[in-house]
Design a protein around this ligand. Structure first.
Ligand SMILES: [Cu+2]
Length: 733
């Protein structure tokens, strides 16, 4: 088991604490740049495959040598006497939307990266006194210019930072306290997992704007957002609380945007810089389908009860996204430190107003006061397992290359809270924001839930389930729960059925009674969120769960240009040795019949032609692991599981962007490559696997100048981003 039992002997707990401290020294040395993974391999601490070799006497950073055997368990996170379900669950903190980015933001956003020079802080790595560098960290020049910036200019500015933890004095959940379990947002929201637990220090917790609760971005189709992200992390990369790195690249998962706005893993930026991400928020197919914007179903709320038509395929409408750090080989650490938020996208179909009856609006549970984006009964849930040390500060362990697990369950980054609900229907947008843990959700009384969206795509037909499928890292499941069946004063709990013994995959999906029995050795199994039914709704519930939501795009007239196979497995080799772009780890990806390769963001592994459709088969190379595979840029349709169309469950029959392969399983999908160009990624979203090094780069070929093939690789430094040719271009890309 990953964590020691509470009954373990004091000696064993002390031994485990020491082992963790020793490992933290390595993590810190790696993050600080005092040592590279290559050096650890040379010293025999890592094997060439990336596995940690547990030999004693090899630790150059601490005075004490390892004992003969390293304890496999970690000490449990102390709870300081705090009980479950004694604090309210905070709703997300909504990011302010400012009109006119060109006057609101200083300096005004530019199509190509702003290379105005500034004097660099000498605490930054590789900086000598007097050095200057660009104020924007986006790679310069035409290849990384915002695509369609002139024709689809941003209309909304959102300015955020990533910085160390502090008290939130501007918390705005956009719902009254009565719909936020009584939380008074003016009281100052502390960066802590429970009022009875210590505040997280500014080096332990790094979040958007430095605060909790997690941030919610609100957008709507046809209204582009300029997301200016400022890196306010410490200049000195050793100031990281033991793990995490101060360079950032933010991925809007799964935005249909140009690659310059995708958070490419190698396009990272430094403290003191900003990066302008331009999210045009368009329907896929806007160049070829419904180009005259004549179909009302392809539309956006117009602010006064009507619809603004937009071009593109209405069946490509998306709803629930999230955004998170994608820093090369540090994604797991930075996301775990708190660098993640959610993004609700509103449309004519899914407008977040349950009363407007225009024949297009699906009227899903939300509210009625605002034209769109009512959050009253539309609730974001971010699930994540965490662990902390004896002082209550977040801890992490990168040496668990199977996958890091925490022993404490959090919802919206607080420990096992309660949430007050009215007797009516609610929508929950559930994000698995863990590093390596899968969840499987049921209600404690076994009641049904309506499953309406998978990875932010409304499914063709809602599916009524008493247990959701396993939910892999980064997958989003939207469900509707009808609390009108309960009486005032009743309670019901959300329960996790997926038991882990390691970060490889769930060891067992428990029955509801097993999960509720409290006998599991996995502390994250069982009840994690308490619903308290507190009153009748003030206003009648006008929401619906229609029998038809969003059918799949019809691809019958789009020829299949090509098929590819990707195999996800261990024992990866590395063919390149670039100090910036290549990494080693046990994990890798085999492209077609090639070798199992560890990540190198300078390597081009596939290059689909612009404007085509392909079929990709994603295969799990082993039975001892599961891999939730994420492909950036455009939604795919699942054609088959294990080669069989009939094995695709009802809830996977819509569009998706994360595909759980299942042990020894495969998933066959079809995707299109259109509207934008550039370099994108495909990787395991078990972020431990991703960082160690199950990730590849693919790019869209022939998008026209300046998106030529093969694209040069960005090499970021504080003094500016340079470019180098790809380290490798696989055959037959
Ligand atoms: Cu994986």
């Amino acid at each position: 088991m990953f964590f020691l039992s509470n009954k373990a002997s004091k000696l064993r707990i002390r031994e485990a604490e020491n082992a963790r401290k020793n490992r933290l020294e390595f993590i810190k040395a790696l993050a600080d740049g005092q040592v590279t993974r290559r050096e650890l391999i040379k010293w025999g601490i890592f094997t060439a495959g990336g596995f940690l070799a547990w030999k004693h006497g090899l630790n150059p950073f601490v005075s004490s040598a390892y004992a003969d055997s390293i304890p496999t368990g970690f000490p449990r996170s102390p709870l300081f006497g705090v009980q479950a379900f004694t604090q309210p669950m905070p709703r997300f903190d909504v990011l302010p939307r400012n009109p006119n980015p060109f006057t609101f933001l200083t300096p005004a956003p530019t199509k190509e990266a702003n290379t105005t020079q500034q004097l660099l802080n000498t605490a930054l790595e590789g900086v000598t006194p007097g050095d200057t560098g660009p104020i924007e960290g986006r790679p310069p020049g035409p290849i990384w210019a915002h695509q369609r910036f002139d024709t689809l200019p941003p209309q909304i500015a959102v300015e955020v930072s990533t910085e160390g933890a502090k008290v939130n004095t501007v918390y705005n959940p956009q719902v009254p306290s009565s719909l936020n379990s009584g939380i008074d947002p003016t009281q100052g929201f502390h960066p802590r997992f429970h009022p009875g637990l210590p505040d997280q220090g500014p080096l332990a917790l790094w979040t958007f704007n430095g605060t909790l609760p997690p941030k919610l971005l609100i957008g709507r189709y046809g209204e582009g957002i300029l997301f200016r992200h400022r890196n306010k992390l410490p200049f000195d990369r050793t100031q990281n609380g033991g793990f995490g790195i101060h360079t950032l690249s933010t991925h809007e998962h799964n935005g249909h945007h140009g690659a310059e706005n995708d958070g490419f893993t190698g396009a990272f930026f430094f403290p003191g810089q900003f990066y302008d991400y331009h999210y045009p928020i368009v329907l896929a197919g806007l160049n070829t389908i419904n180009t005259a914007a004549s179909d009302r179903r392809a539309g956006s709320p117009n602010g006064s009860g009507g619809i603004t038509n937009v071009p593109g395929d209405w069946r490509e409408t998306m709803s629930t996204h999230w955004f998170h750090d994608h820093m090369f080989s540090f994604t797991s650490q930075n996301v775990y430190k708190g660098d993640a938020g959610m993004f609700n996208i509103y449309s004519a179909l899914d407008r977040g107003n349950e009363a407007i009856n225009d024949g297009v609006n699906l009227r899903l549970p939300s509210g009625t006061a605002k034209d769109f984006g009512n959050l009253d009964y539309d609730v974001n849930l971010m699930l994540a397992d965490k662990a902390w040390d004896a002082n209550g500060q977040l801890v992490f362990d990168i040496f668990q290359t199977d996958g890091f697990l925490g022993d404490v369950m959090t919802v919206n980054l607080v420990y096992r809270p309660f949430f007050e609900v009215e007797r009516r229907k609610y929508r929950f947008r559930i994000l698995n924001g863990a590093v390596a843990r899968f969840f499987k959700i049921a209600l404690s009384d076994g009641s049904p839930m309506s499953f309406i969206a998978n990875d932010g795509n409304l499914v063709p037909t809602p599916v009524v389930l008493t247990q959701l499928d396993e939910q892999g890292i980064a997958e989003r499941y939207d469900i509707v729960i009808d609390f009108s069946r309960y009486s005032i004063g009743q309670k019901v709990w959300m329960v996790n059925l997926a038991e882990h013994e390691s970060g490889k995959l769930p060891s067992k999906d428990l029955s509801l009674s097993e999960a509720l029995s409290g006998t599991s050795s996995d502390p994250c199994v069982g009840k994690f969120l308490e619903f308290r039914i507190v009153r009748n709704p003030a206003q009648a519930d006008q929401s619906q769960v229609p029998a038809t939501l969003i059918p799949n795009p019809d691809l019958s007239s789009v020829p299949v240009a090509r098929t590819r196979t990707f195999k996800f497995g261990d024992g990866a080799g590395q063919t390149t040795n670039d100090p910036v772009t290549s990494f080693r780890g046990p994990w890798g990806i085999k492209t077609d019949d090639g070798a199992m390769l560890a990540a190198d963001f300078g390597r081009v592994s596939a290059a689909p032609r612009f404007g085509t459709r392909e079929i990709w088969t994603l295969q799990n190379d082993g039975g001892g692991w599961d891999h939730p595979i994420h492909i950036h840029f455009e939604e795919g349709q699942v054609l088959a599981r294990d080669g069989s169309a009939s094995k695709v469950p009802a809830w996977e029959k819509g569009r998706k962007d994360v595909y759980r392969l299942r042990p020894s399983g495969s998933v066959t999908i079809t995707m299109q490559f259109r509207d934008f160009g550039g370099m994108f990624m495909e990787h395991c979203h078990n972020t431990t696997h991703e960082d160690n090094a199950m990730l590849l780069r693919w790019e869209i070929d022939d998008g026209g100048t300046p998106f030529l093939r093969p694209l040069p690789t960005p090499i970021p430094r504080p003094q500016g981003v340079t470019f180098e040719p790809p380290t490798e271009v696989l055959k037959n890309i």
